[in-house]
Structures are given as structure tokens and as C-alpha cells.
Design a protein around this ligand. Structure first.
Ligand SMILES: [Zn+2]
Length: 235
């Protein structure tokens, strides 16, 4: 169907059936898709509050870690929307917000590649998408840094981490990643992108492989982290 023809029907359709925000249910206005501006701007920014990775200092392979948002119900719904047909719209907006909110320009200046935490091929088939990858691709496009494709692979199928303790999570992801393109990693600064960070064990396990294979430094960026009770220190 030619584009103008398609657009014509799309316009007629949206006049008859106005669309509503998937989060708050308000009618969507010009240029808004799936989620209204009010809901996007209502996401809680993480700011500079430091987060503790539950990993001893000498076992940490992530040199700087940033979190964009607090993982609340609203963000949970937004990440849930990444599962559906029009996921590109949500990924694009999240990627743009990550670029605006999460990192200062100087922190990106030395980054050679952006790498989303890979899923095991089996999990990718089960789920059909990698939400970190969708968002990381859009983020990379906005900041103009290439995505390091196929640099790292998830070689071990790991059980879901949600019911595990910090120590169990670490053991669960030990050896889960393998660097595929060692020459491309050597001497490079890599920014790993994860979706929802909890203990940081997965991010750290992936960073470990990159560092042991010669990466100069590995930084971490998470879309979200659950709120931390009572902690408001800055770094
Ligand atoms: Zn809304």
C-alpha cells in the first residue's frame, strides 16, 4: 500500500477511533504514540544516587555504573509494552530518554562500543525479543556510537534470577558469557546496557569476560533499578 494512501486511512481511522495512553488511559494527542507525554515525563529519574553492586570491590569489572530510572509500576508497564508489535516506538523513546538523562557527554566521549547484555539464543527464541537490545540500539543511534554486534555471546542458559540470593545470582551467571570477537574488544572502552539492574551480577559477569579479553574499561548503564530505601548518597 503506498504510504500516502496508508496515512490517509490511518488519519481517518484515528479520527473515528482515537487512541488512548496504554498507561493512564487518557486520549493521545498530536504526535503521541502508545504512551502520553505526561506518563513519559512522570518516570522517576535516578539522578546521581549511587547504587551498590552486591559484589566485593576486587571482583568488580564495571568501572562506572549509571542508572536512568527508578523501577516503579509505570516503568514496569513501559518495559512490558516492549513486548508488542509497536515496540520500536517505546524503544525509541526510552533510548532517547537514556541519552538525555543517564549519561553526561564526557562519560560517553571515550566509549568505542555500546553492547546490550545478550540473551541466550534459547531465551531469545522463547521471548522473541531482547528488550535491552531494542533500547540500546536506539540509545546508540541517538548518541552516535556503534553497537558492538556479536562481540559477546551468552553461552549458558541461566535460570531466572528473581528468586535467588546475591551469592546464588553470582554463581548462576559465572561463565555465562563468552567474548566472540577478541580482536575487536582489545583496548576498547565498552558500555554495557542492561534493563533492570538488581545485584549487578549479570552485568558484572559480562564485564568480567570483556576485561579478561583485553577491554580497556567496561562501563555499565541500566534502564532501571528498584528504589533503595533510605539511601540518598551521591557520587
Ligand atoms: Zn498517560
Amino acid at each position: 500500500m503506498p504510504n500516502t494512501f496508508h496515512n490517509f486511512f490511518h488519519t481517518i481511522f484515528s479520527l473515528i477511533y482515537p487512541s488512548y495512553c496504554n498507561l493512564c488511559g487518557d486520549e493521545l494527542h498530536d504526535g503521541e504514540k502508545l504512551v502520553c507525554r505526561g506518563c513519559w515525563s512522570g518516570l522517576k529519574r535516578w539522578g546521581r544516587q549511587s547504587i551498590g553492586m552486591d559484589i566485593p570491590q576486587h571482583e568488580r569489572f564495571v568501572s562506572h555504573l549509571r542508572v536512568a530510572f527508578e523501577f516503579d509500576e509505570r516503568l514496569q508497564q513501559i518495559i512490558h509494552l516492549l513486548k508488542y508489535d509497536r515496540r520500536r516506538i517505546v524503544a525509541r523513546e526510552l533510548g532517547r530518554l537514556l541519552a538525555n538523562e543517564a549519561l553526561v557527554k564526557e562519560e560517553l566521549a571515550s566509549v568505542d562500543f555500546i553492547v546490550p547484555i545478550p540473551l541466550h539464543p534459547r531465551k531469545l527464541r522463547e521471548r522473541g525479543y531482547n528488550q535491552s537490545q531494542l533500547v540500546a540500539q536506539e540509545f546508540a543511534r541517538v548518541v552516535g556510537i556503534p553497537v558492538g554486534k556479536n562481540l559477546v555471546k551468552r553461552q549458558r542458559y541461566t535460570q531466572t534470577q528473581t528468586q535467588l540470593s546475591a551469592e546464588e545470582r553470582k554463581v548462576n551467571v559465572d561463565g555465562a558469557f563468552r567474548v566472540m570477537l577478541k580482536d575487536k574488544v582489545k583496548g576498547k572502552s565498552i558500555l554495557l546496557v542492561d534493563d533492570v539492574l538488581t545485584t549487578g551480577a549479570t552485568l558484572n559477569a559480562c564485564a568480567r569476560e570483556l576485561v579478561l579479553n583485553g577491554a580497556r574499561e567496561v562501563r555499565g548503564l541500566a534502564i532501571a533499578h528498584p528504589p533503595i530505601e533510605g539511601s540518598k548518597e551521591t557520587n
